[in-house]
Design a binder for this molecule. Structure first.
Ligand code: DAH
Length: 352
């Protein structure tokens, strides 16, 4: 019995010393002190001993248990301290880190994101052409985003928009706008209410679609919408506006062209394309060798839209257009992947 107890002590000490983590040590503790441990077995065996032997062995067992418990506690403290030190090193943030060549002076200031710069420039170009700048809400009702734009419930064109709905009110009644076109509706309603027609406005802003980010799509992106409502507005005015904008933004030598398309809120509708800014029309990978890239949609405001906001389409006519700002900036700066815009990598952002 005596030699068994000494073996328990030696083996226990070895196991405690060998534990390499606090998790490990918990395991060792169970093996040392649990019901099936040698220590518990020895306790149970005491009953079979003569009285005087039982007292001596019992006392020694008690000492051994105490010694092992103390060693577990010491080992735990040591292991926990090491683990904490390792965690601190792993989680360390070096706030004094300087990335060479990025910080040009100790006082260097940040600047607007490339997409914000592009939006500002576009606004300037359009203001120069006589447009006002307006904004609208990013959370919209179904009516503004779809129905007033001549897309009643179950209209197939709704399928173009993978919509993010908000959990407000009845299901699928409140959403994050999928395009900036609903701002047209707000402006026309306001102009009718205040009797301030005509309208010549551009409306930049964020849009949301349930897209997985890839090189050409982001779930949150920016569009700029245009709307003119006036007397005797023609498709020629629309084409001229787009061409004027194209040269003002991209420079001489850049052409725009319209191709027939379908949008529920315009009739006739067109997609507009501009000369590929990268190859200047010669053909390259970005434009799939056609020399043109598609920028957005446009057309003459559909009479159904005028009817939804209470504008008399016998008196008023109009055109509208909308296109992506992110893609425009991407093209102008030959950026291969739209995701760079939302990664917040200072090495990318500081180039613009
Ligand atoms: N809202 C359309 C979209 O995001 C783009 C668009 C097409 C806007 C035609 C217009 C327009 O104003 O007339 O897909």
């Amino acid at each position: 019995m005596q030699s068994d107890i000494e073996a328990i002590l030696r083996e226990g000490e070895a196991a405690i010393a060998a534990a390499s983590s606090t998790d490990d040590l918990v395991q060792v503790e169970t093996e040392l002190f649990g019901k099936r441990s040698a220590l518990s077995g020895a306790h149970r065996a005491l009953g079979a001993l003569e009285a005087d032997q039982r007292i001596a062995a019992g006392r020694r067992l008690h000492e051994v248990r105490g010694a092992l418990e103390a060693q577990v506690a010491d080992r735990h403290d040591a292991l926990a301290a090491t683990e904490r030190a390792e965690l601190l090193v792993a989680d360390r943030l070096d706030l004094s880190e300087v990335i060479p060549n990025l910080v040009r002076s100790p006082l260097s200031r940040g600047h607007l994101h490339l997409v914000s710069q592009a939006r500002d420039e576009l606004e300037d170009v359009f203001v120069g052409m006589g447009f006002e700048v307006a904004e609208g809400p990013e959370a919209e009702s179904d009516w503004y985003n779809f129905e007033a734009l001549n897309m009643p419930p179950a209209h197939p064109a709704r399928g173009m928009y993978d919509t993010m709905y908000l959990d407000i009110g009845e299901p699928e009644t409140v959403l994050l706008r999928t395009h900036t076109s609903p701002v047209q509706i707000h402006l026309m309603e306001e102009a009718v209410r205040n009797d301030t027609l005509p309208i010549h406005a551009v409306m930049p802003g964020k849009c949301y679609r349930l897209d997985t980010p890839d090189a050409r799509h982001l779930p949150v992106f920016n569009q700029i919408e245009g709307l003119v409502v006036d007397r005797d507005v023609t498709f020629g005015d629309l084409a001229g506006t787009i061409q004027t904008f194209t040269t003002a933004y991209f420079g001489e030598g850049m052409q725009s062209r319209l191709r027939p398309a379908y949008f529920p809120f315009t009739e006739p509708s067109a997609e507009f394309e501009i000369t590929c800014a990268i190859c200047r029309g010669a053909g390259c990978r970005t434009c799939s060798n056609v020399g043109w890239v598609e920028l957005g949609g446009c057309g003459m405001v559909d009479p159904a839209v005028f009817a939804a906001v209470g504008i008399d389409s016998d008196v008023w006519s109009g055109f509208a257009f909308g296109f992506g700002i992110d893609r425009l900036a991407l093209m102008r700066h030959e950026i291969p992947d739209l995701r760079s815009f939302m990664e917040n990598d200072i090495r990318f952002l500081s180039q613009f």
